[in-house]
Design a protein around this ligand. Structure first.
Ligand SMILES: NC(=O)C1=CN([C@@H]2O[C@H](COP(=O)(O)OP(=O)(O)OC[C@H]3O[C@@H](n4cnc5c(N)ncnc54)[C@H](OP(=O)(O)O)[C@@H]3O)[C@@H](O)[C@H]2O)C=CC1
Ligand SMILES: O=C1OC[C@@H](O)[C@H](O)[C@H]1O
Length: 419
């Protein structure tokens, strides 16, 4: 019952959040490039609750569109070009929710204009662009602007709690599923434009990021990648993928994603990450010298993308007490076996065991905005979460490996270079 009540309360506060605090006199002024669908949930609403953030401006390719968007969301300044917004010295930070294929160019232009950049995922179109962007001299100085790829899920305390149960050197297999209903995406969408770096492996780049985050290592090989593609003329864009991976130390992984799934698929295991460990000897001083305790752990999180609505982190340990074997070969005589199960939730920093102010109704986007601001202000981030440039490069490498394996071309590289 407590669960249902908690869900209802969080849901109510998500759709009807309390009035935000007054803005600090030196609050960071954000400009948004593009009147994009993701901008309201990802930055406009979280900013309303953040005393150190003002959404000051929006730019769109069409001024009427920008003006209508600004009016709807109470944004004071409107620009009819992205360049004009970047040229305004009063803007401190830029949010880039453009199609993937435009991230590289506009992130570089924004950085060159001295703005901090929060850029939507995936950071860019491919590894070449990622290296050109994140290793650009403009980002290499101590006083360089802050640049963050918006992998919002990483900033929610539930993700950090989930990863705290992983015994990384002993992971045997990890699996991640992302099933997005077809009704949400539709047929006419930037995700189906190859020239804009569309495709499911790109859009659902969380799957690559999640596996990298689980292992804390890079995959050695994409062992298989089957895709389903869109009908012509969108045939270079995958709408569904099933990929398998080899990670160092003999571990394996699989990732499944679709942008043409059903609502039932999404609810029923569609946003899940599951990690199986190898049987591992764990210390137990209470045992006689000729016995050992072996643990086989399974960790699962059921909604890593929208944990605010509801999530549960399940940790299931199977223990065995067995006789040690001479030379450690084979499995000794079984003495006892049992299972333990625990479920964790962490809607706030406090619930996750971290220090920091937060609310149960905060979306991943709000946690992300806090981290972005903390980084600019030189403050600690309560969970320590961050996505640095090398991390973003490695995620793009994994996506490129999958495209290489399934036979689809890498997404095109921009010809833009900073003068
Ligand atoms: N973090 C998250 O949860 C989510 C992230 N995303 C990411 O955000 C980005 C935008 O996605 P989404 O909001 O769904 O996209 P939309 O199609 O709603 O918005 C894209 C924006 O890009 C601008 N644009 C500029 N050039 C083009 C072009 N050639 N064709 C089409 N649009 C153009 C448009 O701005 P203008 O107003 O100037 O016309 C438009 O507003 C993607 O990178 C996506 O991966 C998306 C959804 C969720
Ligand atoms: O969160 C998300 O879910 C749906 C996707 O299409 C979107 O781009 C992604 O970020």
């Amino acid at each position: 019952m407590a669960g249902v009540f908690g869900f209802a309360q969080r849901f109510w506060q998500i759709v009807s959040p309390p009035t935000g605090p007054p803005k600090n006199p030196d609050a960071l002024k954000f400009g948004i490039l593009g009147a994009a669908n993701i901008a309201p949930p990802a930055i406009i609403v979280p900013a309303q609750q953040h005393g150190d953030v003002i959404i000051q401006a929006v730019a769109a390719r069409n001024k009427d569109r920008a003006a209508a968007f600004a009016k709807k969301h109470g944004i004071p300044q409107v620009f009819d070009s992205y360049d004009a917004l970047l040229a305004d010295p009063s803007i401190d930070c830029v949010f880039i929710p453009l199609p993937n294929g435009l991230h590289y160019e506009w992130a570089l232009k924004a950085l060159a204009a001295g703005k901090h950049v929060l850029c939507e995922k995936p950071s860019v179109s491919n590894t070449t662009e990622a290296e050109l962007l994140f290793r650009h001299p403009i980002l290499q100085n101590a006083d360089s602007p802050v640049m963050l790829e918006a992998f919002h899920y990483r900033f929610h305390p539930a993700w950090t709690v989930f990863t705290s149960f992983l015994d990384r050197p002993n992971i045997a297999h990890a699996k991640v599923n992302m099933m997005i209903p077809k009704v949400i995406i539709g047929d006419n969408n930037i995700r189906w434009e190859y020239s804009l770096a569309g495709g499911a492996l790109m859009d659902l780049c969380y799957t690559s990021s999640v596996l990298r985050g689980v292992f804390g290592k890079e995959p050695e090989e994409c062992t298989s990648c089957e895709v389903k593609t869109q009908p012509e003329p969108q045939q270079l864009c995958d709408n569904t993928f099933d990929a398998t991976w080899k990670f160092p130390g003999g571990a394996t992984a699989e990732m499944h994603g679709t942008l043409v799934g059903s609502i039932a698929q999404m609810i029923n295991g569609g946003l899940v990450c599951e990690v199986m460990h190898r049987p591992t000897v764990v210390a137990d001083d209470s045992l006689p010298a000729d016995q050992e305790k072996v643990r086989t752990r399974k960790v699962r999180t059921n909604n890593f993308l929208f944990p605010t609505l509801y999530h549960r982190i399940d940790v299931e340990d199977t223990f065995v007490i067995r006789k040690k074997t001479a030379g450690g070969e084979g499995t000794g005589e079984l003495i006892k076996t049992w299972k333990t199960k625990e479920s964790k939730k962490a809607y706030t920093f406090g619930e996750g065991g971290f220090e920091g102010e937060s609310q149960p109704y905060w979306l991943t986007y709000r946690y992300q905005l806090d981290a972005f601001v903390d980084r600019i202000r030189g403050r600690n981030i309560p969970t320590g979460a961050w996505v640095d440039g090398e991390d973003s490069i490695k995620t793009m490498k994994m996506i490129d490996m999958a495209y290489g394996k399934c036979g689809l071309p890498l997404r095109p590289t921009s010809s833009f270079r900073l003068a």
